[in-house]
Design a protein. Sequence first.
Lengths: 110, 110
Amino acid sequence: MAHEDHKDIVAKIKATMPSADTLFDLADFFKVFGDSTRIRIMCALFEQELSVCCIADIVGMEQSTVSHQLRVLRQENLVKVRREGKQSYYSLEDEHIQKIFEMGLEHILE
Amino acid sequence: MAHEDHKDIVAKIKATMPSADTLFDLADFFKVFGDSTRIRIMCALFEQELSVCCIADIVGMEQSTVSHQLRVLRQENLVKVRREGKQSYYSLEDEHIQKIFEMGLEHILE
DNA sequence: ATAACATATGAATTATTGTTCATATGTTCA
DNA sequence: TGAACATATGAACAATAATTCATATGTTAT
């Protein structure tokens, strides 16, 4: 394709790409994985559902910090909450998360 | 496991988790996916290798911005460069990227 | 060597995001 | 109802990161 010019290539690629909106949402989704506190929270939840104070102890951060980050995770539908008495138990929303997580691990361990 | 106490749970979960260092690196890796400019650059590169100025046109940003972001992508081994004359051609480093991308898409399109 | 072009990079600016503190809300039990 | 505990949230601050401008570096052709 050596004779394709710049303009043709640009037009061709643009035509194949998802909409800017979709890609914006996708970036927002991955942004959630891009923080070590949130990654550690998700990782802890791979094992079992956990209360907020357990999570705070596991990741070694303030309860408030953890609550804020859990909200971020909730907003992207990555975790769900269940109230039981005074405690809120969080768990993972679906199994995409673990797969994405594992692929990331594969990449960095190469 | 209703009789497990807080301390036991915390200890148990901590034992199963990858090291904090690994999770930190993992967050750094996903951070790269968490920006819409970089996501769009990667998406464009799914089709074929592209020069910097093509990429800039495709994503509608300054050449300088694109160069900076390509450096970020290079640092995380997500793209590679090939010089040909005056131009630098970028392409994706491996196929994990597209899989991770697709899983993210699946999640947000649910 | 110089002009013209493509890319890379440093510095400054702006925008975004994470964390903490203080406090509000919600729940249980006496 | 009030005390004790768990969680959530608003505001302020600190830390990071994205973008741009200006310019340096690298490449080709005359």
